[in-house]
Design a protein around this ligand. Structure first.
Ligand code: SAH
Ligand code: SF4
Ligand code: F3S
Length: 448
């Protein structure tokens, strides 16, 4: 029996935790499973193979995964032939992989982020030899190419431009579980995007933990700007997005590039994390609040319609009330369209976990609430300015709750809901905005 027949007549179901990088990896795993003959199951209860792709970025994310794995014991008892595979960032940590291996005997396969390409062979060993497998590799030098994808969406696609991260922000586990930064070659990325355009994709999002340092590991200092230039002329692709940007490496030249490009969208996700210079320094972020606010001003000057979004952490070890108020002040000044707000979470193995003066939970909770309330009112204010305007929207999908409602995004990445026929999915349409709240925007078609 060859590897590629193993899944014939069988189904799989996958559960993905974490960020876009993990969603992308789950699409790759699904692509490999399809090649082996597996089809997607309707639900986890019916699947022959259950795949869990995990995230380690905060303790809560890990607890959620462990809770889920625990629950699966019953499912496996009912269906002993089911194969359960757990991979991703959490498992890449050897001590966590060992713990899962020891405590959850119903898990058949454990694999990390560095050996995702090995998944089909691991699965083959489990199915044909009936053994349990744990394979984690610390070798983080591989730049994956030519892996199959089974993409969830047929209009927009994630395209990885670099794997890993070299920044080692003091609170962050990502460099330890994703390895060193490895940029893909421009020609490989271009080839993938051309293939996507031929399949009818209209939008791509370039993914990397720090897209602004793309290419530096290949000796190319302006790699990201060059890459954008190379992708601009690919017919069929109308929108190019990218994330995540790092304020330390984000340049004025990039702002001009976005300004002068037809396709690169005016949305910049620029995580600031904190508003106090002392905290930024302790975090090892490599910029000051002044530099950050300068970049925001510059973006507003050159790209007046751009949306800017961010990530914020409250309660980094040693953060005082006054320093937290500097974050509040920065948020008021920067006027973000939206922000992901996080309570600092201790990640073992990172330098911040060893820092004294961990901030008590109660204070972290108060701080995050103040921040969420503030951001919510800023987002509502900004979005309300769209009421009465007409926006060009790329229709992405039919709403999950109502088949007569379509969802799509503006170039600035605002999600808009409006009544319409599903034949419009994949088209650009003009939508008049009627109601705009902090998170949701409603409108109606104007050109139909
Ligand atoms: N490479 C991206 C994304 C990293 S993870 C970046 O640099 O922005 C996404 C976000 O999770 C980070 O921006 C940060 O705000 C948050 N985060 C990372 N580690 C964290 C921790 N230990 N506790 C709380 N939030 C954390
Ligand atoms: Fe983590 Fe910093 Fe790398 Fe982002 S840039 S993944 S926050 S270490
Ligand atoms: Fe992403 Fe979580 Fe890993 S945020 S890179 S899935 S630790």
């Amino acid at each position: 029996m060859t590897l590629y027949q193993l899944g014939n007549g069988k189904t799989f179901y996958s559960l993905t935790f974490g960020c876009q990088m993990n969603e992308h990896d789950s699409e790759v795993l699904a692509g490999m499973l399809n090649q082996m003959g597996f089809e997607k199951a309707e639900s986890e209860n019916e699947a022959d193979l259950l795949l869990i792709n995990t995230c380690a970025v905060r303790e809560k994310a890990e607890q959620k995964v462990l809770g889920k794995i625990g629950e699966l014991k019953k499912l496996k008892e009912k269906n002993p032939d089911m194969v359960i595979a757990v991979g991703g960032c959490m498992v890449q940590q050897e001590h966590v992989a060992n713990k899962i291996h020891r405590d959850f005997k119903h898990v058949d396969i454990l694999f990390g982020t560095n050996n995702i390409n090995r998944f089909p062979s691991l699965l083959e060993d489990v199915i044909t030899k009936g053994k349990r497998i744990k394979e984690i590799t610390q070798d983080d030098s591989t730049v994956f190419e030519e892996l199959p994808h089974n993409r969830e969406n047929s209009i927009k696609a994630w395209v990885v431009i670099s794997y890993g991260c070299d920044n080692y922000c003091k609170y962050c586990i990502v460099p330890y579980v994703r390895g060193q930064q490895r940029s893909r070659k421009i020609e490989h990325i271009k080839k993938e995007v051309v293939q996507l355009s031929k399949k009818g994709y209209r939008e791509i999002t370039l993914l990397g933990q720090n897209v602004n340092s793309y290419g530096k590991d290949l000796g190319n200092e302006n790699g990201f700007e060059q890459l954008l230039e190379e992708l601009e002329d690919i017919n069929g692709i109308e929108r190019i997005r990218f994330m995540t940007s790092h304020p330390r490496d984000f340049t004025e030249e990039l702002i001009y590039k976005i300004r002068d490009s037809e396709k690169v969208c005016e949305h910049i996700h620029l995580p600031v994390q904190a508003g106090s210079n002392r905290v930024l320094k302790m975090m090892g972020r490599g910029y000051t609040r002044e530099r950050y606010l300068y970049l925001v001003d510059k973006i507003r000057e050159e790209l007046p319609n751009a949306s800017i979004t961010t990530d914020l952490i409250v309660g980094f070890p040693g953060e005082t009330d006054e320093e937290f108020q500097e974050t509040i002040d920065l948020v008021k000044k920067a006027q973000f369209d939206s922000a992901f707000t996080f309570v600092y979470s201790k990640r073992s193995g990172t330098p911040a976990a060893e820092m004294e003066e961990q901030v008590p939970e109660k204070i972290k909770k108060q701080r995050i609430q103040e921040l969420i309330d503030l951001q919510k009112s800023i987002s509502a204010n900004i979005n309300q300015k769209l009421e009465g305007t007409v926006q060009t929207v790329l229709v992405e999908d039919v709403s999950k709750n109502d088949a007569n409602i379509l969802t799509g995004r503006t170039r600035t990445d605002k999600l808009v809901h409006f009544p319409g026929n599903k034949s419009l999915v994949g088209e650009f349409v003009d939508v008049k905005i009627n109601h705009a709240h902090s998170w949701t925007i409603y409108g109606e078609l104007t050109n139909f």
